[in-house]
Design a protein around this ligand. Sequence first.
Ligand SMILES: Cc1cc2nc3c(=O)[nH]c(=O)nc-3n(C[C@H](O)[C@H](O)[C@H](O)COP(=O)(O)OP(=O)(O)OC[C@H]3O[C@@H](n4cnc5c(N)ncnc54)[C@H](O)[C@@H]3O)c2cc1C
Length: 115
Amino acid sequence: MRAGLKYPDAIARTSWPIELHDTPQGYVWEQFGDDHMHYVPFGALVSPETDNYVAAGRCIDGDTAALSSVRVMGPCIAMGAAAAHALDIASEGSVHQIDMGELKRRVHDNVERLE
Ligand SMILES: Cc1cc2nc3c(=O)[nH]c(=O)nc-3n(C[C@H](O)[C@H](O)[C@H](O)COP(=O)(O)OP(=O)(O)OC[C@H]3O[C@@H](n4cnc5c(N)ncnc54)[C@H](O)[C@@H]3O)c2cc1C
């Protein structure tokens, strides 16, 4: 996240800082540069143990620092959209075998910078 790695299966983006409120002593507010962007991979929304289940928002897999950023409303909405599209594309099949190109086409505006 700090490196702004754009995963091949990216389905959401945000530049929100790391914003941790996990101790009674205070909070961590770690901002990034003006041009920074980081991405949520589709892989963080699915489990290898299930074929027809996609998590979104605060329920995705990620470490504490990453979740403290991607939990804000914008990326949560983008994750929800990606989850719905993935399940629609999978239909009766597995979300692990969907056409990622089709998913990326559908969520394009939530991942790519609009010039
Ligand atoms: C005090 C506070 C201030 C915040 N301020 C901001 C802010 O200014 N800007 C910002 O971007 N983010 C803010 N956030 C963070 C952001 O609002 C949340 O992280 C985000 O809404 C999480 O989205 P979500 O979809 O994961 O979960 P939620 O928005 O919590 O949605 C989960 C939904 O599931 C429902 N639900 C739960 N159990 C069931 C069930 N069994 N059956 C059916 N429905 C169920 C809940 O009622 C809820 O509507 C704030 C959070 C808090 C707590």
